[in-house]
Design a protein around this ligand. Structure first.
Ligand code: SF4
Ligand code: SF4
Length: 169
């Protein structure tokens, strides 16, 4: 039996609640750090970026899949297999709290370079921490999935501070 299926529902509910809180923080950081770059510099076609597959279902439990439907307000792009059903060409991903780990953690090579330009050491630490988030899987890691978020949040907040704090107060 995998690490998720055997858990009691109350334990699952608690894990999912904490997951949604941490994901919201991490997604907010990523949004601040990457949204402009992805919007204006992405070389992928049709304004779809890397949301070119139904990544929403990777590594998450059935409970998360149900929460995604509610969070997205039953949004679906209906554009077919080459575009994730939660991707809007005008407003991007419709998920914030129940985004899958693989999505919040993905930075293509050019975006990684862009982030490292702000601060190479912190940038690498953030990128490495995100890679661990990206490997997180409910069925393999169970509640241990939550631990991977903390480092990424810490380095992301430090990077935000570095980029957005007034320099000469
Ligand atoms: S991460 Fe890279 S490929 Fe994905 S949307 Fe941003 S710029 Fe485009
Ligand atoms: S970021 Fe959102 S829209 Fe893009 S693939 Fe992931 S779940 Fe789908």
């Amino acid at each position: 039996m995998d690490k998720w299926t055997g858990l009691e529902q109350t334990v699952k509910d608690e894990i999912i609640l904490i997951y949604s809180q941490k994901m919201k923080v991490l997604d907010g950081i990523l949004s601040n750090l990457t949204k402009d770059y992805c919007k204006h510099s992405c070389t992928q076609v049709d304004n779809i970026g890397c949301c070119n597959y139904n990544h929403y279902k990777i590594g998450v439990s059935d409970e998360i899949l149900e929460k995604q439907v509610i969070e997205s307000n039953m949004f679906t792009s209906g554009k077919g297999d080459y575009q994730c059903k939660y991707h809007s060409t005008s407003s991007g991903c419709q998920l914030t709290e129940y985004k899958p780990p693989i999505c919040v953690s993905f930075l293509c090579g050019s975006l990684q370079k862009h982030i490292r330009k702000f601060d190479d050491t912190l940038g690498i630490q953030f990128i490495d921490a995100l890679k661990d988030v990206g490997k997180a899987n409910f069925f393999i890691h169970g509640e241990n999935i939550l631990a991977t978020f903390d480092f990424a949040i810490e380095y992301g907040l430090r990077l935000e501070d570095k980029i957005f704090s007034p320099k000469d107060l």
